[in-house]
Design a protein around this ligand. Sequence first.
Ligand code: SF4
Ligand code: SF4
Length: 106
Amino acid sequence: MIELLSEDRCISCNQCVKVCPTNVFEATEDGVPVIARQSDCQTCFMCELYCPVDALYVTPFAEQAVAVLEKDVEERGLLGSYRSSFDWNKRKKAEKASEDKPLMKL
Ligand code: SF4
Ligand code: SF4
């Protein structure tokens, strides 16, 4: 379940608002979205994957919220950890390269 959005890291790109399939986040006037409907989270990790600055932390516990402190999560290197473990940046670059240079011309 989504547990944390770091306001210090957030660059207000609203990617999390756009990719969340269950509309958990709410865009705000000051730019930093809020976790408005935490209980609707499906623990799909899409927001963590798409956040470009690792400002989000989703726990693997889908059924219940777990209180976390940003300092602890940061110290343990957990912000954006799903994105890192998935090597998402490398995959996105590889996808872009294959789009630029298709294996065969259609
Ligand atoms: S983990 Fe999935 S459902 Fe939960 S807030 Fe992120 S994008 Fe939305
Ligand atoms: S995707 Fe990350 S940087 Fe962008 S608005 Fe959401 S939390 Fe902030």
